[in-house]
Design a protein around this ligand. Sequence first.
Ligand code: IPE
Ligand code: IPE
Ligand code: MG
Length: 254
Amino acid sequence: MSIPGTLDRSRLPQHIAIIMDGNGRWAKERGEDRVYGHYEGVVSVRSIVDACGELGIGYLTLYAFSAENWNRPKAEVDALMELLVNTIRKEVDDLKKNNVRLHVIGDFESLPDICQTELNEAIDMTAMNTGLNLVLALSYSSRDEMARATRLIAEKVAGGSMQIEDINDKTLASHLYTSNFPDPELMIRTSGEHRISNFLLFQLAYAELYFTNVHWPDFRKENLYDALLNYQQRERRFGKTSEQIQSDKPGQVH
Ligand code: IPE
Ligand code: IPE
Ligand code: MG
């Protein structure tokens, strides 16, 4: 599938965030175990990472495992962790070759040691890459992230290196896991659920939200292009009026 000519390459989001949902339902529909859906979901990840690289997207954040997902049956959690290790091991050379830089956000220390080792290795191996920044949200909870940022700020205030009056939204942003990344302009959730599930609550403040019924294992480049075409039809107003936005456009005489 080639990039549609109708897509305006000069107006792509810099950062896309995706809640990859529906692996279990996809597998169930085929009479298979939920884990089969997770395996197939990796094929979609590969295809979307590839598409983002081709489009020159700066950042792609994938919600791969939430802090709440630890509450799933142990067999499924174990299978997901094993899949994570095997996938990173298998893909790291391609990530390196394709100029993709890997990052992880979330409670890294809560992951099994083997996952941490594998991820750290891949993060180091891709650290010099300058293309797509691929951010995996693992054991991630946005509320925990904000509580952690609050603790870090409180420590600085208690230690005297920060004044209470100086705390603003930028201070909070700079203490989140995502401090070095721009906010996502587009958030996609697959599989028909219309919720955020504790994902980037602060960072998505002005993101355009796109929901599709397609289950994640079926999500391919053309589905991403559809989301991007839809995104480009939206008017992002940031509290202003439509008239203001129109007259702010470059090249307009006013
Ligand atoms: C998303 O698919 C993957 C993870 C949460 C790890 P699900 O496993 O949530 O699939 P459904 O929502 O049960 O179909
Ligand atoms: C959100 O999906 C987390 C990931 C995609 C990793 P869930 O399927 O766990 O979300 P809920 O529980 O249905 O809200
Ligand atoms: Mg789900």
